[in-house]
Design a protein around this ligand. Structure first.
Ligand code: PRP
Ligand code: URA
Length: 206
């Protein structure tokens, strides 16, 4: 269920966001662009339904996406991917889940949840640039599933084996789309080589 998107544009943009000299303005733009490409890939196998369209010339058949969509960024860093995904899915409803990692235990702590109505009927994309221990992604998906959602895909920018293993164990039904799959976590729970703290780099905080 792990799909690594090895597109040349992605490889180029990943190298730019890894660079510690890249400031938050460029970092934000690049994360958003990567999110758009991930969204393109993540919708490739989505279902479409036939409709009838009246063009200015004639009536013909066409196809539109079969499901309504929900996009759920995990606060804070997932916000950096929101606009890039909505560029391709502007009709999606947007939910937010606020989680932070306790710095000592690395366990996710929930502080906010607001989800779209009828989430059980929607194709839901959960967004977070970093899949590190997998605790945040897994907890966010627990919260969404508790509201009835079943069709869920997880989109991230950087993943690592520990996070993928944890998420696949807890949510084997959820495909993971990642721009790059890094080698490991360090002792502080940061992805190596990674890009540092995604939230701080997006928002210029420390
Ligand atoms: C970061 C990141 C993920 C989480 C990933 O958030 O945006 O949500 O860490 O780590 P995990 O896979 O080990 O759970 P952080 O806790 O730093 O909060 P922030 O987005 O508010 O900065
Ligand atoms: N969260 C981040 O922002 N970066 C990491 O490397 C791990 C978790």
């Amino acid at each position: 269920m792990l799909k690594i998107i090895e597109h040349p544009l992605i490889q180029h943009k990943i190298s730019m966001i890894r660079d510690k000299e890249t400031g938050h303005k460029d970092f934000r733009q690049l994360v958003s662009e990567i999110a758009t490409i991930l969204c393109y890939e993540a919708t490739l196998d989505d279902k479409v339904k036939e409709i009838e369209i009246e063009t200015p010339i004639i009536t013909c058949k066409g196809k539109v996406l079969a499901k309504d969509y929900a996009v759920v960024p995990i606060l804070r860093a997932g916000l950096g991917m929101e606009e890039g995904v909505l560029r391709l899915l502007p009709m999606a409803a947007v939910g937010h889940i606020g989680l932070y990692r306790d710095p000592k235990t690395l366990m996710p702590v929930e502080y906010y949840t607001k989800l779209p109505s009828n989430i059980e009927e929607r194709q839901t994309f959960v967004l977070d640039p970093m899949l590190a221990t997998g605790g945040s992604a897994s907890e966010a998906i627990n919260i969404i599933k508790a509201k009835g959602a079943r069709n869920i895909k997880f989109l991230c920018v950087v993943s690592c084996p520990e996070g993928v293993e944890f998420l696949e164990k807890n949510h084997p039904d959820v495909p993971i789309y990642t721009a790059v799959h890094d080698s490991k976590l360090n002792e502080k729970g940061y992805i190596v080589p990674g890009l540092g703290d995604a939230g701080d780099r997006l928002f210029g905080t420390q």
